[in-house]
Design a protein around this ligand. Structure first.
Ligand SMILES: Cc1cc2nc3c(=O)[nH]c(=O)nc-3n(C[C@H](O)[C@H](O)[C@H](O)COP(=O)(O)O)c2cc1C
Length: 444
């Protein structure tokens, strides 16, 4: 078994192309910039993350402006909550590709509302333009509001969503393999631009898709983009264990994170995979300062800028349950949620352990329920190593409390501490995201 000397922490930055990324008070913080509609804002963030040797920037996404709390858009728009505004991740990340050379770029794309050809083509394009740095966060989506933007009355059932996702991913893999790696010849004299014997249709006919192929983009530098997933239901965990090379989780205690970690690695083994090829990244919202006291002051100010309704509004759409009819001063009863199981499990655990009212849950959810990663650079790095060594995770999805200051602080104060502890790289050893993460390049 590898030790913490050889095992290295993987770092992804969770950056929303919208008002908040980790903390619902983020956009109201005095030094937060409001440049989120400007390409240079994201390019600068990319450069800073690359200077901090991050593995990747991860961009979440949803396909609707949520109106789940009280059947109204108001709470999202008023509070600039998590779903209030989202730019298209593929476009933003492709722009960042041009201003960076090592940083991995992870786009969230739903298998429920797009087509495999379109997604395979876009991601192959991004992988080429970034010279092997593309990743795909494969989501099945979870809200009826999203379905209604794509001509449906309601979303498919969870089982149907995952069945469609299985076939979707299978088809995209066939499309990326419809060109051999050596198909492009560029032979002026022959002439032979590409060798027809190295490019073939896929002729896929399935339950959900009929796709002739081949793709009109050559095989991506990484063979295929890195696969990321965040399903937490039983079905979601199996899907992740079968396909994902990075799994994004949120937990409110180290014990539940350890249990998930052991479970997912075991599931990966059952699918015949090497568990080391599956990296579990834990979501954290670090508030960092030069000293623990400075970080505490920053945290207090940030927290004061988050209204409980902002967190409840986001929780409502993430669970796909209207939380407005429930008494705010009482504990949330057990629910059967159609939305994200991972978020429900996290909130149910918090409610049970701390006997929090729904209003308190709204506040805690809005400010990030896991409060273990605040303090000076050395405090935060020590805590990260503790979770990493305890095999609660292989790395972290760092949800920046505000932008761009959250990135600056983390890179300036935490990264050097992780490097001193020899649990994080001093520099990139390779150029592609697969190389950063120690992942195999899929054979043709
Ligand atoms: C930490 C975390 C982050 C997620 N991010 C997104 C996202 O950006 N977009 C999205 O559509 N779904 C997102 N999801 C939802 C999942 O990818 C998945 O589609 C959903 O949870 C339904 O699967 P489940 O029932 O197995 O949980 C996220 C889930 C978790 C736990």
């Amino acid at each position: 078994m590898s030790t913490s000397l050889s095992r290295q922490i993987k770092l992804a930055a969770y950056v929303m192309a919208g008002p908040v990324s980790g903390h619902h008070g983020g956009w109201r913080y005095p030094s937060a910039q409001h440049d989120i509609l400007n390409v240079r804002f994201y390019q600068d963030l990319g450069r800073q993350l690359e200077a901090g040797k991050f593995d990747m920037m991860f961009m979440p996404d949803i396909q609707a402006l949520p109106r789940r709390l009280g059947d109204s858009l108001d709470s999202q728009l008023k509070h600039g909550a998590l779903g209030a505004l989202r730019l298209d991740p593929l476009l933003v990340l492709t722009a960042i590709a041009g201003s960076t050379s090592r940083l991995g770029l992870a786009a969230t794309i739903s298998t429920s509302y797009f087509s495999p050809f379109q997604v395979a083509r876009s991601l192959a394009t991004m992988d080429h333009l970034s010279a092997g740095r593309a990743a795909w966060n494969i989501v099945t989506s979870f809200q009826d509001a999203e379905a209604r933007n794509y001509g449906l009355k309601e979303q498919l059932s969870r089982d149907e969503r995952y069945a469609r996702a299985e076939e979707f991913v299978d088809v995209t893999c066939k499309l990326w393999n419809s060109w051999h790696d050596d198909a492009l010849k560029w032979d002026r004299a022959a002439p032979q631009f590409a060798d027809p014997s190295r490019v073939a249709p896929i002729d896929h006919h399935g339950k959900w898709f009929d796709v002739a192929g081949p793709l009109n983009v050559s095989r991506p530098p990484q063979g295929r983009p890195v696969f990321i997933q965040a399903g937490a239901s039983d079905r979601g965990r199996d899907f992740a264990a079968k396909w994902a090379e990075v799994i994004f989780v949120t937990h409110s205690s180290i014990e539940s994170a350890q249990a998930f970690y052991a479970d997912i690695k075991e599931r990966a083994r059952k699918f015949g995979r090497d568990p080391d090829q599956v990296n579990v990244l834990l979501g954290m919202v670090p508030v960092v300062g030069e000293t623990d006291a400075i970080a505490r002051d920053t945290q207090a100010l940030l927290d004061s800028l988050c209204e409980p309704e902002a967190g409840l509004s986001t929780l409502s759409y993430q669970l796909d349950v209207d939380l407005s009819p429930f008494p705010q001063d009482e504990v949330l009863p057990d629910l059967d949620v159609a939305g994200v199981q991972g978020h429900y499990r996290e909130v149910a655990e918090l409610t049970r352990k701390q006997n929090l009212s729904l209003r308190d849950i709204g506040k805690r959810y809005g400010i990030g329920p896991l409060r273990d990663f605040n303090g000076s650079g050395s405090t935060v790095a020590a805590r990260m190593q503790e979770w990493f060594d305890a095999r609660a995770c292989d790395g972290f999805m760092v949800q920046m409390p505000y932008l761009p200051g959250g990135v600056e602080d983390f890179v300036r104060l935490v990264v050097p501490e992780l490097q001193t502890r020899r649990v994080f790289r001093e520099d990139y050893a390779g150029t592609t995201l697969r190389e950063h993460l120690g992942l195999d390049r899929p054979a043709h």
